[in-house]
Design a protein around this ligand. Structure first.
Ligand code: GDG
Length: 501
């Protein structure tokens, strides 16, 4: 047994592997944003840490495969345990089960749910391998922190392997209500596994309530503690039923803590980047290139949940109906494909390109291109410059667990200006009620939100941005870290002394 006091189980490795002079070296991810650095920062709070991830291997039984790598970077020393998975296992566990079956259900897209190709035994096998690797790394009584739906079965397996450890599971996606979740034929096994954790965390109260409703639809689960939701989590995107949230449930005589804890961004870091002379220069260049045209900026992964096509179509309707805006407003759409070689994502990419081409063909001229589509990752500093240069950040996912882009945009606006148009179906809408909230399924709502944002008076813009920046700073990544830590530390190792069922 190893001696790590904190084991983070996350499917991706926490660095980039680069080959230099024929030798593999491990470099910090180029992009400092996103969740990986946030998770790594937790290592500093524990005596020793380990990370468990998968790595594709041609032959997993090859004795030369480097299973554990010792890393030392700005987050300290930690080891990374790599599960060798074959290409077929990765495809089955990640691309098919996780992305084609679970992802659409989690986001409420039943019609995109692809059930038949799921190979459940492989999903179990891979989750079991993650649990075994975590069990091998964890010290007696360690905290094992598991992330996201593709590792749904790990808490249950780990509980069997290591009854002494504290298990915390965080969901980064939405969690749907029972009527949608129960479409998954493996629902009972998934819920039983999650209920083997000590803490199950979600971004917002609605997901906690949905999880409890799904659990109660199949199992004898009692809510033993419930609290009122903090006022700052009550925007017009919060339903009445979400104004209180269960914080503890009991299942088979054991207690499971539930958490509604929105992930935040590193505000200090983003503000520092925003203040550098390079960012200022880049921001000024972007503004200069725009002349007196306004810029609407949209950033997100290439995914049907992110609502990119719906946004482009809104922009097209606007140019159709408002000839006065032609030449006066530009849309920059940054959308990076995360999962290449998957038909569904290739189709979206083609659709984005075709729609952009159509809009530019219909309305563009020699000196004005209405839409710029960027399909590769932009360096984070440039992204911050775009956040600062744009007039409107247009973030309208059809469904999104949280959406960090909306928060990064506000953190970058140290000038106090800029308008955020945000989908009411992003988890972030619960905290960010001062944005222009919109329903991306409604043309009327989308049309009026973008028009309102482009025409908003400075006083209104600044008033809203002040409120948004306050909430983003209050719920920043450090606040999330504190909430996670107190939830993990707060649990007793209940399973070692179970009450009779
Ligand atoms: C999942 C949930 C939840 C994007 N384009 C570029 C770039 N990005 C960065 C953004 C941001 C991150 O990617 C995207 O974060 P999101 O939160 O929007 O989205 P998901 O990847 O879907 O993440 C989501 C999140 O987990 C955390 O719990 O909020 O709901 O789906 O940080 O800045 N970064 C750079 N160049 C780009 O072109 N450098």
């Amino acid at each position: 047994m190893s001696s790590s006091n904190l084991v983070i189980v996350y499917h991706r490795q926490p660095y980039e592997e680069v080959i230099e002079n024929g030798k593999i070296t491990y470099k910090e991810n180029k992009s400092p944003n996103g969740i990986v650095p946030t998770l790594k920062s937790f290592f500093g709070r524990f005596e020793s840490g380990a990370w468990v991830a998968w790595k594709e291997a041609e032959d997993p039984s090859n004795p030369d495969f480097e299973r554990v790598v010792e890393i030392e970077d700005t987050f300290g020393k930690y080891s990374v345990s790599r599960l060798p998975l074959t290409k077929e296992q990765v495809s089955s566990f990640y691309h098919v089960s996780s992305k084609e079956a679970f992802w659409p259900i989690l986001h409420g897209f039943k019609e995109r749910y692809n059930y038949d190709p799921v190979d459940w035994p492989t999903f179990r096998e891979v989750n079991w391998a993650f649990a075994e690797a975590a069990a091998a790394e964890a010290a007696e009584g360690a905290v094992v922190w598991i992330h996201d739906y593709n590792l749904w079965l790990v808490p249950g397996y780990l509980r069997q392997l290591r009854p002494d450890v504290k298990i915390s599971f965080f969901h980064h996606t939405p969690f749907p209500g029972a009527d949608i979740f129960n479409v998954l034929p493996w629902r009972l096994e998934i819920l039983q596994s999650l209920l083997a954790a000590d803490v199950v965390g979600f971004h917002i109260p609605r997901y906690v309530n949905n999880f409890v409703s799904a659990a109660r639809s199949l199992l004898e689960v009692d809510v033993t503690e419930r609290v009122k939701v903090k006022p700052e989590m009550l925007s017009q995107a919060t339903a009445l039923s979400e104004q209180s949230v269960p914080t503890e449930i009991s299942f088979e005589g054991r207690k499971v803590a539930l958490q509604a804890s929105p992930v935040g961004v590193d505000v200090d870091y983003i503000e520092r980047i925003a203040a550098t002379p390079e960012t200022e220069k880049r921001t000024a260049e972007i503004r200069e290139g725009l002349g007196d045209a306004k810029l609407a900026l949209s950033v997100g992964r290439t995914d049907y949940t992110k609502g990119g096509i719906e946004q482009l179509e809104t922009f097209e309707r606007m140019l159709d109906n408002r000839p006065d805006l032609r030449g006066k407003v530009q849309l920059m759409h940054v959308s990076v494909p995360a999962n290449r070689n998957m038909t569904v994502y290739e189709e979206i990419q083609e659709n984005l390109e075709a729609t952009t081409g159509r809009i530019n063909g219909r309305f563009g001229s020699l000196d004005w291109q209405p839409v710029t589509l960027v399909s590769r990752a932009v360096p984070f500093q440039d992204l911050v410059a775009y956040y600062r240069a744009c007039d409107v950040a247009w973030i309208t996912p059809l469904a999104d667990g949280m959406n960090l882009v909306a928060k990064e945009f506000c953190a970058a606006r140290t000038d106090g200006d800029g308008v955020l148009v945000l989908s009411e179906f992003a988890g972030a809408a619960v905290e960010m009620g001062s944005a222009v909230l919109t329903n991306p399924f409604s043309h009327r709502s989308m049309d009026s939100a973008i028009a309102q944002a482009l025409e908003m008076q400075e006083d209104d813009r600044r008033g809203r941005m002040k409120a948004l920046r306050e909430i983003v700073a209050k719920h920043d990544v450090r606040n999330w870290a504190e909430e996670q830590m107190s939830a993990m530390k707060g649990v007793d190792v209940w399973h070692s002394d179970p009450e009779p069922a």
